[in-house]
Design a protein around this ligand. Structure first.
Ligand SMILES: C[S@@+](CC[C@H](N)C(=O)[O-])C[C@H]1O[C@@H](n2cnc3c(N)ncnc32)[C@H](O)[C@@H]1O
Length: 273
């Protein structure tokens, strides 16, 4: 694992006192943390994989259903994952986890990044709100990772637990308050000398490949439901991840622009960690 630089070492985004206070306030509001099941270094699998949906329900593609990904989970790996495969490799190159590093992937979806981290030798846990997405992730990784159904804003892990915490293509779809709460939780469960790696849409100039991918992304974000689409637009309109992190007093230690400029991977540090 690459040691994280502390506050002010190479910040593209400088943390503010107000951001630190907001992050602290999120932490103070958090709910009690349930016990981790099993060995603290490698929690046992606690997710019971549900049946995959037998057919696509258009109803599941709206925001009103409990599982917002119920309708698209079974297509996700066929349609989206081929585009994301290079992203997984780039994220692991940048994060560079040590063998047996403990890594939590938040909003793990169908487990593409979880599997790549396992293949890189990490001890991996994943958490996601969608039973349908988790079911596919469970099929993908079996007992090679600990997958749990749960909410990113209330992670069932103790403070300072993981060497690294990742979130891939997940934070943009949350409303601003939930996004801040999720990042605050990621920060809480990462060890003080651990890393947080975020992969998400980037604001900035696009190469031809990036324009093509942004067009596809725009369609996908529209199809994901009105709330998801609104949150994505808000995220993009407000300056994307550097702005989100700056508001929370977290600094970007390293950045890799990828997918023709459409996406980036950020390794985060900050004064409140
Ligand atoms: C676009 S998918 C990305 C999945 C995966 N990280 C990837 O890179 O392919 C976003 C995922 O975030 C999950 N998600 C959304 N809100 C969540 C929350 N509050 N807590 C945990 N997971 C959440 C969704 O269920 C979905 O699986």
């Amino acid at each position: 694992m690459v040691p994280r630089a502390r506050s002010g070492t190479s910040p593209r985004t400088q943390g503010s006192v107000a951001g630190l206070m907001r992050l602290t306030a999120h932490r103070m509001k958090r709910r009690p943390i349930p016990q981790v099941v099993g060995d603290s270094n490698r929690p046992s699998v606690t997710h019971n994989a549900p049946e995959r949906p037998s057919r696509v329900s258009l109803e599941c593609m709206t925001d009103q259903t409990p599982d917002a990904y119920g309708g698209i989970a079974r297509f996700y790996d066929r349609v989206i994952e081929p585009l994301n495969a290079p992203l997984r490799r780039a994220a692991i190159d940048l994060l560079n986890p040590e063998p047996s590093a403990s890594v939590l992937d938040v909003g793990c979806g169908t487990g593409g990044l979880v599997e790549a981290l396992v293949d890189a030798g990490a001890e991996v846990a994943g958490i996601d709100l969608s039973e349908s997405m988790l079911s596919i992730a469970q099929d993908r990784v079996g007992d090679r990772a600990n997958l749990q159904h749960g909410d990113a804003t209330n992670l069932p892990f103790p403070d300072d637990h993981f060497d690294a915490v990742t979130a891939s293509l997940f934070l943009h779809e949350l409303d601003p308050h939930t996004r801040e709460a999720a990042i605050s939780e990621m920060s809480r469960v990462a060890k003080p000398d651990g890393s947080i790696a975020l992969i998400d849409y980037r604001i900035g100039s696009l190469r031809i490949k990036g324009r093509f991918l942004r067009a596809i992304s725009t369609v996908a974000e529209r199809m994901a439901g009105s709330e998801h689409h609104t949150n994505w637009r808000t995220y993009m309109g407000n300056g994307g991840m550097p702005s989100v992190l700056g508001d929370l007093g977290l600094a970007i230690d390293r950045e890799k622009i990828t997918a023709g400029g459409n996406l980036a991977i950020w390794i985060v540090s900050g004064p409140s960690r």
